[in-house]
Design a protein around this ligand. Sequence first.
Ligand SMILES: NC(=O)c1ccc[n+]([C@@H]2O[C@H](COP(=O)([O-])OP(=O)(O)OC[C@H]3O[C@@H](n4cnc5c(N)ncnc54)[C@H](OP(=O)(O)O)[C@@H]3O)[C@@H](O)[C@H]2O)c1
Length: 220
Amino acid sequence: MKIGIIGAGNIGGALTRLFTKAGHQVAVANSRGPHTLADLAAETGATAVEAADAAQGADLVIVTIPQKHIPALPAGILDGAAEGATFVDTGNYYPRERDGAIDEIEAGALESEWVQRQLGKPVVKAFNNIGAASLFENGKPAGSPGRIALPISGDDAAAKAVVAGVIEEIGFDVVDVGPLSESWRQQPGTPGYGADFGAERLRVALGEAGRERTEAFRAQ
Ligand SMILES: NC(=O)c1ccc[n+]([C@@H]2O[C@H](COP(=O)([O-])OP(=O)(O)OC[C@H]3O[C@@H](n4cnc5c(N)ncnc54)[C@H](OP(=O)(O)O)[C@@H]3O)[C@@H](O)[C@H]2O)c1
């Protein structure tokens, strides 16, 4: 599959390594330009591109940049993706540590629904619930004891199937949380966040999650 990744940091770098290893054709971009990604490209065989070109012809596009930078992405940056492409938001809102207050989210907008509006494309929320090091290191073959499960949410069953497929490929089980409107269950501060649970425990944790953002994840 042709995969575009916008953001080449902790998560974008890990996904570039994992997806190329799984045999996918990856184009990866950051904000500073492809010349700054030469080492990652040489290591993985991914193509380093300008952010504006990362989605070109891609079947799957992963947007993995800090939440506060989402509005700075140029309008239409995802428009060149392949017909029927799938878009993923890996984002988490860290108002105190990183993002500052994003007014609409503070007023109650759900993080990935806000991202979806900014991008103008339907997104699947995925890869937000696991630390980058664990994502990179802890994938296991299907059926292995202790295999970690990753939650996904989104409104398009076909798009979720694409995302579930690549998650399985890189070594994780998948738990479908439901529509994007339920994605608060996998957000920061919830019981399953960063917990590296297997599918059974993750389902329990998702069921126990509260809709209200915990204090640590509110701007004030
Ligand atoms: N770190 C984790 O363990 C983890 C786990 C799950 C989810 N997440 C979430 O995933 C998202 C990415 O996190 P991260 O830790 O991977 O971030 P990060 O390490 O800070 O990397 C951010 C990347 O985004 C790029 N970027 C920023 N603005 C951009 C723009 N306008 N156009 C193109 N690229 C841009 C940066 O490029 P430059 O370096 O060139 O500026 C950098 O490559 C965040 O929402 C985070 O909360 C993180």
